[in-house]
Structure formats: structure tokens, C-alpha cells
Design a protein around this ligand. Sequence first.
Ligand code: SAM
Ligand code: DTB
Ligand code: SF4
Length: 349
Amino acid sequence: MAEAVIRHDWTRDEVSALFALPFNELMYRAHSVHREHHDPNAVQVSTLLSIKTGGCPEDCAYCPQAARYDTGVQAQKLMSVDAVLERAKAAKAAGASRFCMGAAWRSPKDRDVVKVAEIVSAVKGLGLETCATLGMLSDTQAQSLKAAGLDYYNHNLDTAPEFYGEVIHTRQYQDRLDTLEHVRAAGMKTCCGGIVGMGESRDQRAGLLQTLANLPEHPQSVPINQLVQVEGTPLAGTEALDPFEFVRTIAVARLLMPASMVRLSAGRQQMDDAVQALCFFAGANSIFYGEKLLTTGNPDVEQDRALFRRLDLHPLEIVEADNTVHADILENETASASCGQGCGCSAAA
Ligand code: SAM
Ligand code: DTB
Ligand code: SF4
């Protein structure tokens, strides 16, 4: 098979044709491209922490943190540097190589960015890769975060342009594209993907992936989230997506963005291990590790360790400036014993 070229000119018909391939043909092609660019047995491991929870003014129909939906999420203000640092240390000890911090903001105020920049520098100082998702950013805010040591900025397109208006009304698709431009211009890597299972059509799933692949630069990280249905949000009760359709979405993402890390993101707790294994075969090579995403659950660390062992997967290592190599989630078992709070941290059990 000829080596996959990096393209930015995908048509909707081409992407839809990939979705429509016989399942085994699609899997074969996606796995072949995956092997050309990545170690097929390595999975990058990130840990997620909500550093500012709930009370968000936006109306994203999937989100438990939107203030207007009664979801039982308790709003919490921005965490202190020390509190975040504790959790980042625990994540590192448990074997995560990247620490992702999420805040339920429409867009941060400049004074929020000053505080987050402090947090980012402290986390970076631990030797972890840093990622943040704080909502829309101006060009100068993106520059400040880059200067503080932020490696990745997560900002999702969420869905196809033509389905977007059915999910979110409080900001536009173009706003998201503008933030991504500010992040790229500041020299940060982008983490950008979307959610499937929101009632969109296959053509609209193709539209999300087409838009991602036709960005000026492929996002270095592409999180594919399966909708986590939360009672109280408008999308609770949406018909569940066929798991094989989810796997197809991962496979097409891999074919369109051969060199990117494709993250099997939210929705793993609701997913069968066999479906996850198919996703890894189809080209997923990154996960969130730790018992909580932002406000909803993620598989237990023990369950993920067992899955890695059963599938002979190993965490992608990162080598620090002083040549030390990160802990492996399959080693260091005691360091990551759960504190019992569902946060994946080892402190004060
Ligand atoms: N407020 C910021 C924003 O929206 O950009 C950052 C945090 S927001 C929670 C980050 C992403 O989480 C969203 O873009 C969406 O893709 C994902 N997300 C939120 N709720 C979800 C759910 N119930 N199921 C799957 N993904 C979800
Ligand atoms: C992404 O694409 N998925 C993560 C991360 N980026 C920030 C968030 C998933 C959130 C799932 C719902 C929750 O836990 O609140
Ligand atoms: Fe707010 Fe982000 Fe949730 Fe939308 S996805 S409601 S912007 S926290």
C-alpha cells in the first residue's frame, strides 16, 4: 500500500465513501496507515482535571456544566495552584505523561489567564506535558499561555458545521475556528475533535472529520468523544450510536489525519472492552486515564491497566530534558492507589 499523504483538501464525498467501505476493508486500511506513522502497541496517556467546574453561561446541549441545565453539577471556582499541583503530581506518579486542565468558561477573563498561566508553569515544572481547555481565547491570551509553558490547547469543533446550530446557540462555528487560529499562531499544538452520538447523521460525522482534516494544520491531537448522556441536558435520551459506527469514525479519523494522535476520549466507561480494542486497531492511540473526566466517570485505573495488559499495549513514554523517562502505568502500582474520591489521586486515602 502506498504511504498515506497528508492532505487538507478532502471532499465530503471522499470522506463519506470511506465511512461506507465494508467494515473489514475500512479497518484494514486504517490499521495499515496507523502502522506507517505510529507504534501500533503504544497508547499516549493523559489525565484530565476540572480546574473550574460548572456555572457556564453557554448552552452546549451535551454539557453537564452549562448553568442553565439542572444536572446536579456543583459550581466550583478556579482551583489554587497548590491544589492543582497535588493532583498533577498524583497523575504523574500514576504514569500519565500529559496533564489536561479544563475550565467551564465561555472565554476566560484576562485575570483568569494570569492565574491559569501560573498553574501551567507549575505543572510544566513537574516534567509533564500540559494541555488546557478554557473556552475561546484571544490572540494575546493564547500568547500568554504559550509563554507560561502550555504545550496543547484543546478546543473542539464538536460536530459538522451544518449540525452545530442544533447543538449550540451561544457561539458560532467561526468563533471556534478563530480560537484555533490564535492557538496555532501562538505556536501551541492544537487538540481538536468532536462528539459523536448526538443524533447527527453519518454524513455529518463525515463533515466533522472533513473539517478537522482540512484545517490549515492537522490538530496534533484529535479527541473523538462519544456523547456521555447526562440527565438534565437536552441531549439526554438521544438514541445510542451503533458501536461499530463509533469504530468507523475512529478509523476514518486515522485515514484523514495519519500523523495525529487520535484520542478515544469521553464515553469509554460506557464502552465494551472489545469495542475499545477495535478502536485501538482502527487507529486510536491516546486515552484519558483516571477515574474521572471533568464531571463524569471514566474507567477505573485498575480496569485500564488490565485492558493494557490484555491487549499488550504500553503507554507512550515521554523523555524529559534531563533524559529521565516517565513512569509507566503498568509499573508503580502503589503510587497510584486510589484515594477513593474518584479522582485517580493517591493522596490521603
Ligand atoms: N468550556 C470549554 C469549551 O467548551 O471549550 C472547555 C471545557 S468543555 C467541557 C470541553 C469539551 O468537552 C467540549 O468541547 C466537548 O467536546 C466535551 N464534552 C462536554 N460534555 C460532554 C459530554 N457530555 N459527552 C462528551 N463530550 C463532552
Ligand atoms: C475532550 O475532547 N474531551 C474531554 C476534554 N476534551 C476536555 C472532556 C470530556 C468531558 C465529558 C463530560 C464531563 O466529564 O463533564
Ligand atoms: Fe460551557 Fe464548555 Fe460546557 Fe459548553 S462545553 S457549556 S462552553 S463548559
